[in-house]
Write a protein that binds this ligand. Structure first.
Ligand SMILES: Cc1ncc(C[n+]2csc(CCOP(=O)(O)OP(=O)(O)O)c2C)c(N)n1
Length: 567
């Protein structure tokens, strides 16, 4: 047992928990933690320019690694600046540990500097929060925080440490982390019922969500799909569970749906949700066709409260998606399914899927080669996909992802799990763009491209110096239509083109902005320049320079883009 400063104890706990990065900004309240970060090598601190970026980057870190991202912020405004992206992480079930300063206990409730009830403010967007009232509680509060963030359905937690508590000394013994939580197996009877339902299905469908990614269940999803010839649709957070060129990959649901998944869900007679919540944003829920009202739903989720929340599950299995799928696979193997992967029904499903995919590709082809000026967004999106390798990390921000720009996601192929930074159904503009530099911290050797609208980028563009300072070679590809395109779309199609508050009168020069922030910057207006600009950006990235490509694109949209808003 040694006596050390409370700030040192915090840092020692972080090291013992395996933390490699802390995202934050210091203040007088947290200076003791920062002093303990000085001169050590194990933890790098990422100095953000606004705490929202700290929360976004911590969430992005959690999305790519499954491990908690850590934010360290000062009391009051430092903490409240986190809220929006913490809400994103809460809805997206991403583990985050927030360490926040807090007004001194001795002055609490009588105007302590930057004092506000942070535990209450964060209440609805965290799994747990505590104001640590005594120095001797710091270490165990942090241990508890890491355990809660990681266990069950992961999520953000808050540890507020008041200024006077952090200025104390604490007794510190060997710290033992709780470690990774034990994985939960599903109920055997329900697993049998799931296998039986899948075997009797004529039009089965797997919907893989963020829970499938979180459980690293990509192999199992693929094996089950192949064993019975089941198409796999994914929610946004599930993209990459099957590579998009796998013969059974049907594409995304919800806002990033396309014609194939739009058809598949209403047709399905048995729908297996793997860590998918069937929320509005995920499935584009509409009473008339989504979710398929007649279908038998099987739901696998780590969180018992999710079972039956959005759809009435006939079979609900609480457990780790990977283990549950392994047990379902074992059950099916015992039921003599040899030949099922290629029986007439499975073949018909495969053929239909492959035909529909070819149709979709040919629909995109004309747009993808369009010579129009301003640039066709699908041409830009297609070329970005070509320029970046399969294993690139991909960020897609809100507007681009939604109806706007024709929806990047339906046409942007994803090939591996844990390779995307995307918003949850909380859906905050700028989240992915502000999180994006973390892509190169997690995967230093993988190129990284983030597709973002000009509206969303303007919300978070002070992320640029953060990336430049750390030499994080990522490329933001701005699809600049001079508008809040997704909302303007609604005005076009449902409000007789009465455009209000959706068009930018000022033409911001994002290339110059990027250059001023130490990044490579280029505006692209000619179709013939797209590939060359991408090459230059990737070269800049390879030498450690982040890049911004400002693609001037048309405001035009794909058909049916406001369907979501029609009743
Ligand atoms: C923080 C936040 N504010 C507002 C919205 C509502 N909203 C959704 S998409 C969008 C427009 C996004 O514009 P842009 O980033 O330029 O992308 P585009 O739609 O043009 O592709 C708005 C305002 C939101 N989702 N999040």
């Amino acid at each position: 047992m040694t006596r050390i400063s409370a700030g040192q104890a915090v840092v020692d706990v972080l090291k013992a928990e395996g933390v490699k990065f802390v995202f934050g900004m210091p203040g007088g309240h947290t200076i003791g933690i920062y002093d303990a970060l000085y001169g050590q090598q194990e933890i790098s601190h990422v100095l953000v320019r606004h705490e929202q970026h700290a929360a976004s980057m911590a969430a992005g870190y959690a999305q790519l690694t499954g491990e908690p991202g850590v934010c360290c912020v000062t009391a009051g405004p430092g903490a409240t600046n986190l809220v929006t992206s913490i809400a994103e992480a809460f809805v997206g079930a991403l583990p985050i540990v927030i360490i926040a300063g807090r007004g001194a206990t001795r002055n609490a409730h009588r105007g302590a500097s930057q004092e506000i009830d942070q535990v209450r403010i964060f209440g609805p967007v965290t799994k747990w929060g505590i104001r640590v009232d005594r120095p001797d509680l710091i270490v165990e509060s942090l241990r508890h925080a890491f355990n809660i963030a990681r266990s069950g359905k992961p999520g953000p937690v808050l540890v507020d440490i008041p200024q006077d508590v952090l200025a104390s000394e604490v007794e510190f013994a060997d710290y033992r982390p709780v470690g990774k939580p034990a994985k939960l197996r599903g109920d055997a009877a329900q697993i049998k019922a799931a296998a039986t339902a899948l075997l009797s299905a004529k039009h089965p469908l797997i919907v893989a969500g963020g829970g499938a990614s979180a459980a690293d269940a990509a192999d199992e999803v693929g094996r089950l799909a192949e064993m019975l010839g089941i198409p796999v649709a994914t929610t946004l957070a599930g993209r990459g569970i099957l590579p998009d060129d796998h013969p059974l990959a049907a594409g995304g649901l919800g806002h990033h749906r396309q014609e194939i998944t739009k058809r598949l869900l209403p047709e399905a007679d048995v729908v297996l949700g793997v860590g998918a919540r069937f929320e509005q944003q995920e499935t584009n829920w509409k009473p008339d066709y989504l979710p398929a009202p007649q279908a038998t739903y099987i739901q696998i989720d780590i969180d018992p409260e999710e079972i039956g929340r959005s759809v009435v599950a006939k079979v609900g299995i609480v457990g780790d998606a990977k283990l549950v799928l392994q047990d379902i696979l074992a059950e099916l193997a015992g039921a003599n399914v040899a030949g099922r992967s290629n029986d007439a029904a499975a073949r018909a499903r495969r053929e239909a899927l492959s035909r529909q995919r070819a149709e979709l590709e040919s629909e995109i082809a004309a747009m993808a080669t369009s010579e129009s000026r301003p640039l066709h967004p699908i041409r830009v999106i297609g070329r970005i996909r070509e320029a970046f390798p399969r294993h690139a990390t991909v960020g897609i921000d809100v507007g681009v992802l939604a109806q706007g720009m024709g929806g990047a996601f339906p046409y942007f192929k994803i090939y591996q799990p844990r390779s995307t930074i995307v918003p949850s159904s909380f859906y905050g503009m700028g989240f992915s763009a502000s999180a994006f530099p973390v892509a190169r911290l997690v995967y230093p050797d993988r190129p990284a491209a983030c597709l973002v609208g000009d509206g969303s980028f303007q919300m978070v563009m002070n992320i640029l110096p953060v990336a430049a300072e750390l030499r994080l070679g990522v490329t933001w590809c701005i699809l600049n239509d001079g508008a809040l395109g997704s909302i303007r779309d609604i005005q076009t199609q449902a409000f007789s083109e009465r455009y209000i508050a959706t068009e930018f009168a000022f033409d911001l020069d994002f290339a110059k902005l990027a250059q001023a922030c130490g990044c490579y910057g280029e505006r692209v207006t000619e179709p013939s320049e797209i590939d060359k600009a991408l090459k230059r950006a990737i070269e800049a990235n390879n030498s450690g320079k982040p890049a911004v490509l400002d693609f001037v694109v048309a405001k035009e949209r794909l058909k049916g883009s406001v369907e979501f808003f029609k009743r």
